[in-house]
Design a protein around this ligand. Structure first.
Ligand code: SF4
Length: 223
């Protein structure tokens, strides 16, 4: 199999979503065809070293040990960049599942989710107008999200993004179907404003902050 260009592999705590706070081994692949206005991982656009799938599986074993069970057990997340820009990514996800790990994928939703094994936890970022990448979206990806397992995330830059995200979800009647996350762009949209709007508007979404940016320096890599 073609090797992967890997930007970094690091053990940290999941900073977002319903698994926030859990130990997680992140495999960050190099490269992304998008250019979001607020990107905090532009260092992953080009930097990286070539690694084989076998090499990555060996590192997963070495860093977190054999698969564990339980709601707070360590899991593995494939992230980027845009991991699905690597055509061989679904095979790596399947290999991790075959080893018995709980596996998550963080993706922008711009690439087809059909080849991704259904039991991979998919955290899909629906880009908003404020990201500058709202057009990078495959509508058919909604059909591949598993209710109760996968998450659809909106990272909001301003009030207009908030209104846009509400309209977009309403038009598709997503509230009852999927776990929906709203979070502010760090340093750009006031978190308290967003929290209070969600409460006042009685919007059935989950508010979230990027925990790792509160715990560590917001610009620190590998956390
Ligand atoms: S999709 Fe993610 S990695 Fe790619 S430009 Fe946007 S924020 Fe950065």
């Amino acid at each position: 199999m073609t090797p992967f260009k890997v930007n970094e592999v690091f053990l940290s705590l999941q900073g977002e979503g319903s698994r926030a706070g859990r130990p997680c081994l992140f495999i960050r692949l190099t490269g992304c065809p998008l250019r979001c206005t607020y990107c905090d991982t532009s260092y992953a656009f080009f930097e990286g070293t070539m690694r084989t799938q076998e090499d990555l599986l060996e590192e997963v074993h070495r860093r977190i040990g054999p698969p564990q069970r339980g709601p707070n057990a360590p899991f593995v997340e494939l992230t980027g960049g845009e991991p699905l820009a690597h055509p061989q990514a679904p095979a790596l996800l399947q290999a991790l599942l075959d080893e018995g790990y709980e596996v998550a994928l963080e993706t922008a939703g711009s690439h087809d989710l059909a080849p991704v094994p259904p039991s991979v936890v998919k955290i899909v970022d629906r880009k908003t107008p404020g990201s500058g990448q709202v057009h990078r979206w495959l509508e058919s990806n909604l059909d591949h999200l598993v209710p109760g397992q996968d998450e659809l995330k909106f990272v909001l830059t301003d009030e207009a993004d908030y209104a846009w995200a509400l309209d977009w979800c309403r038009a598709r009647e997503l509230w009852d179907r999927l776990d929906i996350l709203f979070s502010p762009v760090w340093g750009r949209l006031d978190a308290r404003w967003l929290a209070e709007r969600i409460i006042a508007d009685r919007v059935p979404v989950r508010f979230q902050l990027q925990l790792h940016k509160l715990v560590w320096d917001p610009d620190q890599r590998g956390v």
